[in-house]
Write a protein that binds this ligand. Structure first.
Ligand code: PRX
Length: 646
C-alpha cells in the first residue's frame, strides 16, 4: 500500500466549491442534522410540489423501508432538460463521439428536448404508460439517452440491458420485469466490430411472451429481419409525432429505473431506484466530486448499460446543465491514443474512467499519451474497482502531467451515486485510497461477529444510515433485498466489500468479500458462471473463483469436473469458454479452466472456496487447514495442475 500523499494543488483550493474546512463543516452538518442538510440540497432540483418530509428510513430487520422526500412531486426529465431551456437552450447538452473518429454530433438542450419529446410520444402512442417497464438494449448512441429520458418524461420505468449481454441474459431481464416493449438497434458498432443487436433481441423474444413492440433504431443499416406486427423503425415513427410532450407528475418515490446486477447467489437482481432522492444525489455528487462548473466539458467513459452511465453520463450531469460526452467506441480503436485524441478534439476538462482501461493503456506505454496535448484536462476520475497505486501514479503522471487531481470514487449499483471519494479542492490524495465519505455517508467497518471496529482497522464495509440515492428494493422481491443487504449485520447496509481504514481515517477498499467477482469493473456472480457451466452436457460440477489479473483486476478461474467417461482436452476447454460466452455474454468468459477430478468439500458436501481461491491465486503454500475435507487428497491434484503457475 502506497503512503505517498498528494496535497491539494493551490489553484484547486481556491477555485473549488469545497475546500477542506468546508468539507468538514458540511460533513458534520450532514450527519448531525440530516433533515436540514437534505432539505437544503433538495432545492437543487425543481419540484412541482416541494417536499416537506425529508428522510423516512428504517434498516430494522424485517422492516427495511427507505423513503426520501416522499411528499414531493417532480419530473426527472423536466429537471434534466426543460428547466435549462430558458438559460441554456443553445448550449450543448450531449457531445456524441462515434466509434469511427470521423463521426461526432453536438446536441443542444433545445434539440435534446425535441428528440426526447418525440421519443416519449412514440412510446405513448404504443400505449406505454406510467409505471410500465421498458427494456432498452442499445449501443452508446444518442438514442439511448433519448430513450431513457423519454421514459422518465412519461413515468415509465426503464431497464437498460448492457448491449454485450447474450440473448438469454436479455430474455431473463425482460421477463423478470415484464417489459411490454424493447428498444434496440439494427446493430451496434464497437472497435470497428459489429454487434448483432436486433438478431439478439429476436432470439431473446423466443423466450418472452409479454413483449408487444420492438422499436429499432437504425445505426449501421445492416439487413435485419423485421416482424410486420411487432417491430417498427424509430426513424419512421418519429416522423408521425410532435416535439411537444407534457411531463408526467411523479412522486419522489415513484420508480425511475431498474438495473440488473449480479450478486453472490442466484440470478441477477433488479436494483430499483426512485425519482427524487436519486436525482438529488446524482446531481449533488456530480457537482461536488467533479467540481463541475458551468461551461466545463465532462466525459465519463462508462456505458449506459451500467449504473455509472446512468448517474454520471446522464442524470447527474444533465440535472446540472452540464455538457456531457457520450462515446460509442473503445480505448484502443483505431489506436491506443483514442481517449486522448477525443480529449483534445472536444477540449475535455474532466475525465472519468475505470482502472481496467488505465492498466490496459499503461501497457501500451507512454508514447500514445504523450503525443497528444491533453492541456484542457483539469481533473481525472476512477471508478469500478480498486485502482492499484502503480496505475494511479501512471494516470497522474503520464495522463494528467502531474497537474490533475484524481478522484477515486467508490460506490455500487445499489448506492445510486458516489459514497466514498476525494473532493478535488478538499482532500489530500493517497494513491489507491478512495479517501473519505461523501456528505451524509456514514461508513462502518465491522468484524465477522458484527463488532464495529474503531480507528485503524480492516473488516467488512457497512453503511450505518441511508442516503437519498440508495436503492429502494429488489424489483418484485423485497425479501431478497432485506436478505441480501440487511441480514449479515442487523440494522446496517452491508456492501459486500472489504475495507481498511488507516490512521488518517482514509478508506481503502480491498475488494469483494462475497462470491462476486469484478472483471474489468464488471460485476459477475460466480454462481451465474457455475450454473452456465453445469448446464453443459459434459460437465458434472463446476466452481468458479476470481484471481488477480494484470489488466482486468480479476480474472475468472473455473474448476470443472467432467461427466464420467469424458476426457479433458484443449478443444473442450475452448468449447466451454464459448458456451459461457454465448450463454451469458463475453464479459463472463472464463479466463482459465482447470479440469478437476474432484473438488475440495467438507464432509457435509460444501465446496471450500477458500482453498480454491488460494490455488487460483497461485498461493498453494497458504492453503490453511485442509484436515476437515472429506478427501484431503483432491487438493494435491488441484495444486499440481493449477493453471496460474508463475
Ligand atoms: O467492489 C466494489 C467495486 O465495484 C463494486 C460495485 O460494482 P457495480 O455495482 O458494478 O458498480 C460499479 C460502478 C459504481 C463495489 O462493491 N468498486 C467500485 N468502485 C470502486 C470499487 N472498488 C474499489 N474502489 C473503487 N473506487
Amino acid at each position: 500500500m502506497s503512503e505517498k500523499i498528494y496535497d491539494v494543488p493551490s489553484e484547486w483550493a481556491s477555485r473549488a466549491f469545497v475546500d477542506d474546512a468546508k468539507y468538514r463543516e458540511m460533513y458534520a452538518r450532514s450527519v448531525n442534522d440530516p433533515n436540514g442538510f437534505w432539505a437544503d440540497q433538495a432545492k437543487r432540483i425543481d419540484w412541482i410540489k416541494p417536499p416537506h418530509k425529508i428522510e423516512n428510513c428504517s434498516f430494522a430487520p424485517g422492516n427495511v423501508s427507505i423513503k426520501w422526500f416522499e411528499d414531493g412531486v417532480l419530473n426527472v426529465a423536466h429537471n434534466c432538460i426543460d428547466r435549462h431551456l430558458a438559460t441554456r437552450g443553445d448550449q450543448v447538452a450531449i457531445i456524441w463521439e462515434g466509434d469511427d473518429p470521423s463521426q461526432s454530433r453536438h446536441i443542444t438542450y433545445r434539440e435534446l428536448h425535441d428528440e426526447v419529446c418525440k421519443f416519449a410520444n412514440i412510446l405513448r402512442s404504443r400505449n406505454v404508460e406510467k409505471g410500465d417497464r421498458v427494456t432498452i438494449y442499445l449501443p452508446m448512441i444518442p438514442e439511448a439517452a433519448f430513450a431513457m429520458l423519454a421514459c422518465a418524461r412519461i413515468g415509465a420505468i426503464h431497464s437498460v440491458v448492457f448491449a454485450g449481454f447474450s440473448p438469454d441474459s436479455l430474455a431473463g431481464r425482460i421477463n423478470d420485469c415484464q417489459s411490454k416493449i424493447v428498444i434496440t438497434a439494427d446493430e451496434g458498432l464497437r472497435g470497428g466490430k459489429k454487434v448483432p443487436l436486433k438478431a439478439n433481441v429476436d432470439a431473446a423474444l423466443k423466450k418472452c411472451d409479454g413483449v408487444d413492440w420492438v422499436m429499432v433504431v437504425k445505426r449501421t443499416s445492416a439487413a435485419i429481419e423485421m416482424d410486420d406486427v411487432r417491430d417498427f423503425w424509430y426513424h419512421e415513427a418519429a416522423e408521425m409525432v410532435t416535439t411537444e410532450c407534457p411531463i408526467e407528475h411523479m412522486h419522489a418515490e415513484d420508480p425511475l429505473f431498474i438495473l440488473y446486477t449480479s450478486g453472490s447467489t442466484g440470478q441477477p437482481k433488479g436494483v430499483l431506484h426512485t425519482s427524487g432522492g436519486y436525482l438529488v444525489f446524482a446531481s449533488m455528487t456530480h457537482q461536488y466530486v467533479f467540481d463541475y462548473h458551468d461551461g466545463d466539458i465532462y466525459w465519463c467513459t462508462a456505458d449506459v448499460g451500467w449504473v455509472t452511465g446512468h448517474s454520471y453520463i446522464l442524470y447527474g450531469p444533465l440535472a446540472n446543465g452540464a455538457t456531457t460526452l457520450m462515446f460509442e467506441g473503445v480505448p484502443n480503436y483505431p489506436t491506443n491514443s483514442r481517449f486522448w485524441d477525443v480529449i483534445d478534439k472536444h477540449k475535455v476538462n474532466i475525465f472519468y474512467t475505470a482502472p481496467t482501461a488505465i492498466r490496459a493503456l499503461m501497457q501500451a506505454g507512454d508514447e500514445p499519451v504523450k503525443k497528444t496535448s491533453r492541456k484542457s484536462l483539469r481533473l481525472l476520475g476512477s471508478v469500478g474497482e480498486p485502482i492499484n497505486p502503480e496505475a494511479w501514479e501512471w494516470y497522474h503522471r503520464v495522463v494528467g502531467d502531474d497537474r490533475c487531481p484524481i478522484v477515486d470514487t467508490w460506490w455500487q449499483t445499489e448506492t445510486g451515486g458516489i459514497l466514498i471519494t476525494p473532493l478535488p479542492g478538499a482532500t489530500k490524495l493517497k494513491p489507491g485510497s478512495a479517501t473519505r465519505p461523501f456528505f451524509g455517508v456514514v461508513p462502518e467497518i465491522l468484524d465477522p461477529e458484527g463488532v464495529v471496529l474503531e480507528g485503524e482497522c480492516t473488516g467488512n464495509l457497512c453503511l450505518a444510515r441511508s442516503w437519498p440515492g440508495q436503492m429502494r428494493t429488489v424489483y418484485g422481491d423485497h425479501e431478497r433485498f432485506e436478505q441480501t443487504y440487511f441480514s449479515a449485520y442487523k440494522g446496517k447496509y452491508f456492501t459486500g466489500d472489504g475495507c481498511r481504514r488507516d490512521a488518517d481515517g482514509y478508506y481503502w477498499i480491498t475488494g469483494r468479500v462475497d462470491d462476486v467477482i469484478n472483471v474489468s469493473g464488471h460485476r459477475m456472480g460466480t454462481a451465474e458462471v457455475e450454473s452456465s457451466l453445469v448446464a453443459h452436457p459434459k460437465v458434472s460440477e463446476a466452481a468458479v473463483v476470481g484471481y488477480p489479473h494484470d489488466i482486468k483486476g480479476q480474472g475468472i478461474y473455473a474448476y470443472v469436473t467432467l461427466m464420467a467417461g469424458i476426457e479433458p482436452s484443449e478443444e473442450l476447454r475452448k468449447e466451454l469458454v464459448a458456451w459461457v460466452r454465448k450463454d451469458i455474454g463475453p464479459i463472463a468468459s472464463p479466463d482459465l479452466i482447470q479440469f478437476a477430478p474432484g473438488l475440495p468439500k467438507t464432509r457435509s458436501g460444501k465446496i471450500m472456496r477458500r482453498i480454491l481461491r488460494k490455488i487460483a491465486e497461485d498461493e498453494p503454500s497458504t492453503l490453511g487447514d485442509t484436515s476437515t475435507l472429506a478427501d484431503p487428497a483432491v487438493v494435491d491434484d488441484l495444486v499440481e495442475h493449477r493453471q496460474n503457475k508463475h
